[in-house]
Design a protein around this ligand. Structure first.
Ligand code: MTE
Ligand code: MO
Length: 436
């Protein structure tokens, strides 16, 4: 099949979509009113009859075509991640490996913009310091022992790349073609950024905090910062914003920012600077590499897909939107008839809690509420589960849809196109086949 569009996008021209996905035979039929030949072609393509074919939206690409395979190259420290790029290293976690309540280090996605800091590769913090300067009364230079003297705290935090889901945008957006796995929820131990800032004494003129890391630009030029983003002072002073030095009880792994990183919950993970060496308190919006448009910005108003957007019409991404992932079963499984299938996953929403998760087994015609656990702490994801018994043999899709406590709900298809492909929080879908 020639894939012109992503899995979570509907074909605006369903007939062309059907022709592309199933071949000419389906041709001029309307999905939902398929003739026998069309149904047979679709069933043959997904490998089973489709009991709820009558509810399939026109132009829908079956989830069976999207997921399942491609374990990807293996990175020694990682367990089954899919490598998207090795220079710089970028790897995502297949959804079925995201099942843990707290994501183990070996299963946490990696997003590097440059080369890992040489100090992190050595794993030796001797000689390392963090400088806090700029719009402060007294600049600080802290070594790791001094940093650890502030009150310590541990929290499980969802970090999600702003570009997670980029692969589904059309026209395509350049950059790592993340599907759904540029997200994880590890437990970080560190100190509150606000305590360190209080020690330095933030000046009234302070509006932003920018980070600099010890990673090395791909050009090898040591004077070139790789990425230097930041957050408004209010977010920096949030008690949940951390300077972390442990991930799941171990010193931060080399890939994740040894010896210290920012953990800024609920915002694109790009603001959670790794391999920290400097925090610069700014009297203006920080302007390091990847702060400027179009990086990590989206159009202020919806735009026609594919259009150019002027810098002044873009806004910096702040909190991440409501989202969920189905972690079990693995897409593509075969299940015996008449027995309930346990379906589960996680849901999260930037700075909000999740109010409900619903699943559908019939292409969105009906929805059932899942059991939903509270978050173990604010900014951790929430486990949801449900038992589903498909009514008979055939091809099914499970769709999951989270709603947050402000009433915001995941869209079924890719939301607002934007030039860099950020913030795709379309519902996750998996396929399963029930055998007679
Ligand atoms: N110094 C530095 N910090 C960084 C990056 C980087 O390349 N260099 N990448 C950012 C981006 S874009 C993301 S999505 C997260 C990824 O964190 P992880 O690799 O621990 O999953 O780190 C952020 N912090
Ligand atoms: Mo990212």
């Amino acid at each position: 099949m020639k894939r012109e569009r992503g899995i979570s996008e509907l074909y605006q021209n369903p007939e062309r979509g059907d022709a592309l996905v199933f071949g000419r035979r389906v041709g001029a039929t309307r999905r939902g009113f398929l003739g026998r030949a069309g149904l047979a072609a679709m069933g043959a393509a997904v490998g089973a009859g489709i009991p709820f074919a009558g509810h399939m939206p026109a132009g829908l690409i079956p989830a069976a075509f999207a997921e399942g395979g491609q374990p990807g190259d293996l990175i020694a420290e990682k367990d089954g991640l899919r490598v998207l790029n090795d220079r710089p290293l970028n790897a995502e976690t297949p959804p079925w490996l995201l099942d843990d309540a707290v994501t183990p280090n070996a299963r946490h996605f990696v997003r590097n913009n440059g080369k890992v800091s040489p100090r992190a590769v050595k794993g030796d913090a001797a000689g390392w310091t963090l400088t806090v300067d700029g719009a402060v009364k007294k600049a600080l230079t802290l070594d790791l022992a001094q940093l650890k003297r502030y009150p310590q705290t541990t929290a499980a935090v969802v970090l999600e790349c702003g570009g997670n889901g980029r692969a589904s945008f059309n026209p395509p957006a350049k950059g790592n073609q993340w599907t759904i796995g540029a997200v994880g929820c590890a437990a970080y131990t560190g100190v509150r950024l606000k305590d360190v800032l209080a020690d330095a004494g933030v000046e009234p003129a302070a509006v932003y905090v920018g980070y600099y890391g010890e990673d090395v630009h791909l050009s090898g030029d040591p004077t070139k910062p790789v990425i230097s983003r930041g957050v408004p002072i209010a977010k920096a002073l949030d008690p949940d914003t951390l300077i972390a030095f442990e991930m799941n009880g171990a010193p931060l792994p080399a890939l994740h920012g040894f010896p210290a990183r920012l953990v800024v919950p609920g915002w694109p993970a790009s603001v959670s600077g790794k391999w920290l060496r400097r925090l610069w308190v700014r009297d203006r919006v920080h302007d390091g590499p990847k702060m400027e448009a179009p990086s990590y910005r989206v159009p202020k108003r919806p735009v026609k897909p594919g259009s150019k957007v002027a810098a002044e019409d873009m806004a910096i991404i702040e909190r991440m939107p409501v989202k969920s992932v189905i972690t079990a079963p693995r897409s593509g499984i075969e299940a015996p008839a008449g027995r309930p299938i346990e379906v589960r996953g996680h849901a999260w929403s930037g700075e909000r809690a999740i109010r409900a998760v619903h699943v559908s087994l019939d292409f969105g015609a009906t929805w059932r509420p899942c059991a939903l656990e509270p978050a173990r702490n604010r900014h951790a994801w929430q486990r949801w589960t449900i038992g589903l018994t498909p009514p008979g043999p055939g091809y099914y899709e499970v769709w999951a849809r989270a709603t947050d406590d402000a009433g915001e709900m995941q869209p079924m298809v890719v939301p607002g196109w934007n030039p860099k492909g950020y913030l795709n929080n379309a519902m996750h879908r998996i396929s399963l086949t029930v055998k007679a």
